[in-house]
Design a protein around this ligand. Structure first.
Ligand code: ATP
Ligand code: MG
Length: 341
C-alpha cells in the first residue's frame, strides 16, 4: 500500500487554508492509503513559541485532526518531538543538502524577512527536517498546499542525492536501488492556495497579524459572517465562466473557497452564481462555511475538554510511528557507516 505522510505546525489559529489545502485532503486519503499525520512541533519552534501556548496548540491541532475526521486508530496521529528519528535523520540530511539548495527556498526568505541575520538556524534548515519527516516513513505521497511545492522538490533532491552518494553502501546492505522513494506531492482541487481575505496577493496564514485575514476553524457563525462580508472584492458582479476570474484574485479566491467547501468546482459554482452580485454570493458562502465549519469547531472544543485523552492518542500514535522510524534509522546508520549497538 502507498504511504501518505503530512504535517501541520502547532503555531496557532488553524484556518480555512489549512483545512481546504491540507486537512480535508488528509481525511479523504484515509480511504485509499496508510496515513501518518503529524503535529510538527519541532518545525513550530523555528520561530519563537511561548511554551504554554505551544503545549496548547499541539493539543489543538490534534483535536482539529480528529474533529475533521481523521481516525487515529486506523491511521497514525502523533507529535513529531516524541519520535527522535525525525531530528536524527534531519541531521544526516543537513549533511546531504547543499547550502545553495536551501538558499533558494522562498519560504525562508518570506519568514526571515529583511532581518535575515537574526533568523534562527532552524528556520533555514527547516526543509531538511521536513524531508526527514517524510522519508523517515519512506512515504510515497504528501498532501500539502501549493506553498509547500518547493519543499517537496527539495525532498526529492535530498532523496536522490542520498541514493546516489551511498549507492554502493545501499547495495552492500542488501537494499534495492533507490533506498529513499522520490515522494510525490498531492496538490489538487480548487483551493490549493487559499488567499488572505484582506489581500488577494497574500496566502491565508496562521501568522498574519490580522484576524480578519483568515477564517479560523474555531470561529463561530457571527465571526465567519463578519469576516466574509468584510472580505475584499472588486466592484464587478461574478463572471459566468472560470476564464473571467483571471486578474480578479479576490473573486477567484472566494469562488475557490466555495467550490472546495461544496466539493464542487469553480466552473460549477460560476454556473450557479455567474452575474450575481458579491452581496448575494457572500451570503451563500457564509451559510456554506458555517454549515461545514460549525460542527468542526464544536467538536474541537469538546475534545479540548479532555486533554489527557488527547495526550493518550498522541502517545499511542508515537509508539506506532517509532516502530517504523527506528527501522529506518537503523538502516540509514548502516548505510552511512555509523556504528550502532
Ligand atoms: P505558518 O504561517 O505558521 O507557516 P501555515 O498557515 O502556513 O502556518 P502550516 O502548518 O505551515 O500552516 O501548513 C500546514 C498545511 O497547510 C500545509 O500543507 C500547507 O501547505 C497548508 N496551507 C497553509 N496555508 C495554506 C493556504 N493559504 N492555502 C492552502 N493550503 C495552505
Ligand atoms: Mg506554513
Amino acid at each position: 500500500v502507498e504511504r501518505v505522510f503530512s504535517g501541520v505546525q502547532p503555531t496557532g489559529n488553524l484556518h480555512l487554508g489549512n483545512y481546504l489545502g491540507a486537512i480535508k485532503r488528509f481525511v479523504e486519503l484515509q480511504k485509499t492509503h496508510d496515513c501518518i499525520y503529524c503535529v510538527v512541533d519541532l518545525h513550530a519552534i523555528t520561530v519563537w513559541q511561548d511554551p504554554e501556548e505551544l503545549r496548547r496548540h499541539i493539543r489543538e491541532v490534534t483535536a482539529a485532526f480528529i474533529a475533521c475526521g481523521i481516525d487515529p486508530k486506523a491511521h497514525i496521529v502523533f507529535n513529531q518531538s516524541q519520535v527522535s528519528g525525525h531530528a536524527e535523520l534531519a541531521w544526516i540530511f543537513n549533511c546531504v543538502a547543499r547550502m545553495g539548495w536551501l538558499n533558494r527556498m522562498t519560504q525562508f526568505k518570506e519568514k526571515a524577512g529583511k532581518d535575515r541575520e537574526n533568523a534562527s538556524v532552524g528556520l533555514f534548515a527547516y526543509p531538511d527536517l521536513m524531508a526527514a519527516d517524510i522519508l523517515l516513513y519512506r512515504a510515497t505521497h504528501v498532501p500539502v498546499g501549493e506553498d509547500q511545492k518547493q519543499h517537496l522538490e527539495l525532498t526529492r533532491d535530498i532523496a536522490m542525492k542520498f541514493n546516489n552518494d551511498f549507492s554502493a553502501s545501499i547495495a552492500a546492505n542488501g537494499h534495492a536501488d533507490g533506498y529513499f522513494p522520490l515522494t510525490e506531492p498531492l496538490i489538487a482541487g480548487p483551493a490549493t492556495r487559499v488567499m488572505s481575505l484582506r489581500d488577494g496577493a497574500k496566502k491565508m496564514s496562521k501568522s498574519d497579524p490580522s484576524d480578519f485575514s483568515r477564517i479560523n476553524l474555531t470561529d463561530d457563525a457571527d465571526a465567519i459572517a463578519t469576516k466574509v462580508r468584510r472580505a475584499k472584492t472588486d466592484p464587478e458582479p461574478l463572471p459566468s465562466e472560470e476564464e473571467g476570474l483571471k486578474g480578479r484574485p479576490e473573486a477567484d479566491n472566494l469562488v475557490g473557497i466555495f467550490a472546495a467547501l461544496a466539493d464542487s468546482s469553480k466552473s460549477a459554482v460560476l454556473a450557479d452564481y455567474g452575474n450575481a452580485q458579491f452581496s448575494t454570493f457572500k451570503g451563500a458562502l457564509v451559510d456554506l462555511a458555517v454549515a461545514k465549519l460549525g460542527p468542526i469547531g464544536a467538536e474541537m472544543q469538546r475534545l479540548m475538554g479532555d486533554l489527557s485523552a488527547i495526550d493518550a492518542i498522541l502517545a499511542d500514535g508515537a509508539g506506532r510511528a517509532r516502530v517504523i522510524a527506528d527501522e529506518t534509522i537503523r538502516q540509514v546508520k548502516d548505510i552511512v557507516g555509523l556504528v550502532r549497538s
